[in-house]
Design a protein around this ligand. Structure first.
Ligand SMILES: [Zn+2]
Ligand SMILES: [Zn+2]
Length: 243
């Protein structure tokens, strides 16, 4: 039986699907139709960066994608709950740009299974930071909301302000790898006084595109002495060459 206030709230504002308007049993759930449409990331994917790989495609040594073989990322592993497709967009875009911070709990729940090993190993959760100007425009950092929910579910410390953006970066989409790295160089820093030496850190983000931003964060944390940095995201853009 739900507590009285929850029953009253459900009567006034019946819980609806994370993606559409269909009624569901509880807040933060998919309806059956949207659940069926969601593409959860499943094997084969890169053992290192988690990018979905084509069936029967060439996988490098140790199950890594060609890019991780060529230029290994600074983070140890990255995993995602969903492929960033139309359903994932309908889930994440309203959460990102409109007033649906309550969706954080439902999205965070989807991240528990793919992130199980990393969450078990992690000693602290850090969201990928938003630049203050963008934070003002959106009023909240969706990665911090996800990190906070995951930290609460897993009883781990969350340091929402540990990483900071020192400059506004242009949108990275459409830039090549070298241009992305140049754009991010020195853009991310660890807040003075935050101690990560010897700690296993799990970075949390909503969408991972090329992984360059997560990689820049991991570099900063490893330079500050972190023992290991993993990355857990809600959705992952598959390699466009395979779509
Ligand atoms: Zn739905
Ligand atoms: Zn990879």
């Amino acid at each position: 039986m739900k507590p009285l206030f929850a029953r009253i709230r459900d009567t006034l504002l019946p819980p609806h699907c994370l993606v559409c308007d269909a009624a569901v049993g509880d807040d933060g759930q998919f309806c059956l139709a949207c659940f069926r449409q969601a593409s959860f990331v499943s094997a084969p994917f890169c053992a290192r960066c988690g990018v979905p790989l084509p069936y029967g495609g060439a996988v490098g040594a140790g199950g890594r994608c060609a890019r991780c073989d060529l230029v290994p990322p600074a983070f140890t592993q990255a995993r995602a709950a969903l492929r960033y497709d139309e359903t994932a967009k309908r889930l994440i875009l309203p959460f990102k740009y409109a007033d649906r911070p309550e969706a954080a709990r439902g999205i965070a729940r989807l991240m528990l299974r793919p992130g199980a090993d990393m969450l078990a190993a992690a000693q602290m959760l850090l969201p990928v930071p938003l630049h203050p100007a963008r934070l003002r425009a959106r009023r909240y950092n969706q990665s911090a909301l996800l990190a906070r929910e995951l930290a609460r579910m897993e009883r781990l410390p969350c340091l929402p302000d540990a990483l900071i953006r020192r400059k506004a970066t242009v949108p990275l989409a459409g830039l090549g790898l070298a241009a992305r790295q140049a754009e991010l160089h020195d853009a991310i820093a660890l807040r003075p006084g935050v101690e990560v030496r010897g700690r296993r850190v799990l970075l949390i983000d909503d969408v991972m595109t090329s992984g360059t931003t997560a990689d820049a964060c991991a570099e900063v944390l490893l330079a500050a002495g972190a023992a290991r940095v993993d990355v857990l995201v809600a959705a992952r853009v598959a390699d466009p060459r395979f779509e």
